[in-house]
Design a protein around this ligand. Structure first.
Ligand code: NIG
Ligand code: FE
Length: 403
């Protein structure tokens, strides 16, 4: 076990109010000591204990690794033509999902791995240390199980999304598809998934269909997540709260009742600014959620249709500029908020005992992530040794050489 001290930190964000100033638990001229697994010590740089190795942060900012709690990383193909059409005024209606389903069904598992790995390398280069990955681009029993198996190679936060849209071959019998998802498909996927998700929205699944699928998933022991209120006030938020889902994601359209429901619940509102950006939707009302007392997370939603985004810094920049989140609220939502959306207490903060997922920036303050959009400001990412994602990186796959 190697211990490391990172000293001369200009601005350390711990997200633990007991360790430093304000809700972000901020310290200046700070140091942090970690081992291969956890944070051992946090305090003033001048008092830092010795360790096996030292890293001089040279006055830079240090933050907890980003927790990207919503991605669809396992897919084949791309849909840039839809992006161009949307920029010219075409609305997003979820119709393109079946194009990715066709490409994904046709792809070999190794092709799917290669694409997933490229996106993981991009996410990691931007400071993501925990990532959730959904299935949802196969929509048949064997195909969804294959996507879940691939996702499991890279993440401990794997989500079964057989209920992304109705599979094309079931277009004339939606009920049969709902039964397939809540029966044989769930059976084939539940043992390797932690979560189940349903796209409960216009053009996908209505509230009753979504409730039936989520109830079966809950009975199978899975935690619940919902894609809700992306395309309208379509009941996804209310359903997520009713079912005690860990998170309801998108929340682009919200009634005052939705905000009240969220505020009185353990369901996190996960906002996906990349999706609003890339679909030219209005932005989610982050301010109303925060002012109303709801818990907010921010995630990339990386997928080929609505948000081919792998930069959490970009997500933060939009959240601050266009959703009017204070930078600190946005940073908290992309770290601690993401962790809570995954019902995790060990990541998203840097208290003693938390996982040693630490990002050293090439900037004196974390706000530079939004202030200098599109610059690469992540200098170093230090991660705990455990877990599928870090295991994969540790096996030497941290660089992509065939681009
Ligand atoms: O989170 N909205 C539903 N699912 C994805 C988009 C999927 C796609 O268009 O391929 C999302 O935005
Ligand atoms: Fe999504």
């Amino acid at each position: 076990m190697t211990t490391r001290v990172i000293s001369n930190i200009g601005e350390l964000t711990t997200n633990d109010p007991t360790l430093g100033e304000g809700a972000m638990g901020r310290l200046r001229d700070a140091a942090i000591v970690i081992d291969d697994d956890v944070v051992l010590w946090v305090g003033a740089s001048a008092h830092a204990p010795a360790a096996d190795e030292s890293i001089d942060a040279n006055g830079s900012a240090v933050i907890p690794g980003f927790v990207d709690s919503h991605t669809h990383l396992v897919f084949a193909g791309e849909r840039s033509d839809e992006f161009e059409a949307r920029m010219n005024g075409t609305a997003y209606d979820g119709g393109g999902i079946v194009r990715t389903v066709k490409a994904t069904r046709a792809a070999s598992s190794d092709e799917l791995r290669r694409g997933t790995e490229k996106r993981l390398v991009e996410l990691r280069a931007g400071g993501v240390t925990t990532v959730e990955i959904k299935s949802g681009y196969a929509l048949d029993v064997d195909g969804e199980a294959r996507l879940i198996d691939i996702a499991t190679e890279y993440s401990d936060e794997v989500t079964f999304l057989g209920a992304h849209v109705v599979a094309p071959e079931y277009a004339s019998d939606r009920g049969a598809y709902v039964d397939l998802v809540r029966g044989p498909m769930l059976d084939a996927c539940s043992h390797r998934s932690k979560w189940a998700d349903v796209f409960c929205d216009r053009g996908a699944f209505d509230v009753d269909e979504a409730r039936a699928i989520l109830s079966a998933a809950k009975a199978a022991g899975l935690g619940l997540r919902v894609h809700g209120n992306q395309l309208g006030e379509t009941g996804g938020v209310a359903l997520a709260v009713e079912m005690d889902a860990a998170s309801v994601d998108h929340c682009t359209y919200l009634s005052d009742d939705d905000i009240e429901r969220l505020a009185g619940s353990a369901t996190v509102a996960t906002l996906l600014p990349g999706a609003d950006f890339s679909t030219r939707a209005g932005y989610s009302s982050a301010r109303r959620l925060l002012d109303g007392g709801a818990l907010v997370a921010l995630a990339t939603d990386c997928n080929p249709g609505t948000s081919y985004v792998t930069s959490m810094a970009f997500v933060l920049a939009i959240a601050v500029r266009d959703m009017r989140m204070d930078f600190d609220d946005a940073l908290w939502s992309a770290t601690r908020g993401g962790a809570i959306a995954l019902r995790r207490d060990d990541v998203g903060h840097l208290a003693v005992g938390a996982k040693a997922d630490v990002v050293i920036l090439d900037a004196p303050r974390a706000v530079h992530l939004a202030y200098r959009p599109a610059a690469s400001l992540v200098r170093q990412v230090l991660v705990t040794s455990g877990g599928a994602l870090n295991g994969w990186f540790a096996r030497g796959h941290g660089r992509v050489t065939d681009v």
